[in-house]
Write a protein that binds this ligand. Structure first.
Ligand code: ADP
Length: 271
């Protein structure tokens, strides 16, 4: 079978499982209807990426995701000239491809990227909806279906890595947090197929550990980590061991804190 060209290869054909927590679906729909970009704020592992995938499917938009990191530059987003044999060929970056062909472009953890990336994002986020390709001396107008979403975890950010007001104020903000108890249990059941009663206990354990966040833990247990623990349990690892491996180890390297967390786990699971 021929591989689809352009943005078509980024089309999501099967509905990604997503349980809405608040008004986020309606907000995103409305933002898209007026072609306003969205800013998803919230801790890691609470469902932002899954939500974007669900919205791309719902709005019938191909989804191009870029995981931003500290070496990511404007050229990585926009594109660059490549030397192929004797020839210099222009290759569109993910943002250009999305803007040209009308996809949803999701810049995950955008503050991690180099500062020059905001310069290329700005003109795409206001009424101009343009993308200057400086190296080509060209300005492209975004496709009518083009949509931009970015995510950001306010909990991590140091002052240096704050998103600037001039950037933030261009976006419709949607706040995310860990799903409430009943929804989080349903998510665990869907993603792991463990018994109901274990899912409920894992969720309660997660809540308990989240309450320790301000006592030396940088981040709480995310829904993602609860799912990982559930999947280990489903694959035969005893619950206590699964919780240690999937939740405690990734959360902290501090021996004292690990010991305290293991004690908390022991109050939820006997083995
Ligand atoms: P983030 O992008 O916020 O770091 P993810 O979207 O990757 O987090 O979420 C981690 C996992 O949690 C997802 O893969 C999904 O299985 C689950 N999840 C979290 N929230 C939801 C939700 N509301 N509906 C369905 N799954 C969810």
């Amino acid at each position: 079978m021929k591989t689809p060209d352009g943005v078509e290869r980024f089309r999501i054909t099967k509905e990604p499982f997503y349980l809405p927590v608040g008004q986020e679906v309606a907000l995103f729909d409305a933002a898209y209807a007026c072609r306003r970009p969205v800013l998803l704020k919230g801790p890691t592992g609470c469902g932002k990426t899954r939500f974007v995938a669900h919205m791309a499917w719902r709005l019938k938009l191909p989804l191009i995701t870029v995981s931003c990191h500290e070496d990511l530059t404007a050229s990585d987003l926009v594109g660059r000239y490549l030397l192929i044999g004797e020839e210099t060929v222009w290759a569109d970056g993910p943002l250009t491809l999305a803007a040209k062909e009308g996809a949803l472009c999701y810049l995950d953890e955008v503050v991690e990227a180099r500062k020059d990336t905001t310069v290329v994002i700005h003109p795409l986020t206001d009424d101009r909806r343009i993308l200057p390709l400086e190296k080509r001396g060209e300005v492209i107008e975004a496709h009518p279906n083009f949509m931009l979403a970015i995510s950001y975890n306010p909990g991590y950010q140091s002052v240096i890595k704050e998103l600037k007001q001039s950037t933030k104020q261009r976006f419709v903000g949607i706040d995310f947090d860990y799903p409430p108890r009943e929804l989080e249990s349903k998510i665990l059941l869907h993603e792991s197929k463990i018994p109901d009663e274990i899912a409920v206990r894992l969720v309660r354990l997660g809540e308990k550990i989240r309450n320790l966040k301000h006592h030396g833990l940088e981040e709480g247990v995310s829904t993602r980590l609860l799912i990982y623990a559930a999947q280990l349990i489903q694959n035969g690892i005893p619950p206590r061991h699964a919780c240690e491996a999937a939740m405690i180890q990734p959360l902290t390297d501090d021996a004292e804190m690990q010991r305290a967390l293991k004690e908390v786990v022991a109050t939820f699971f006997e083995s």
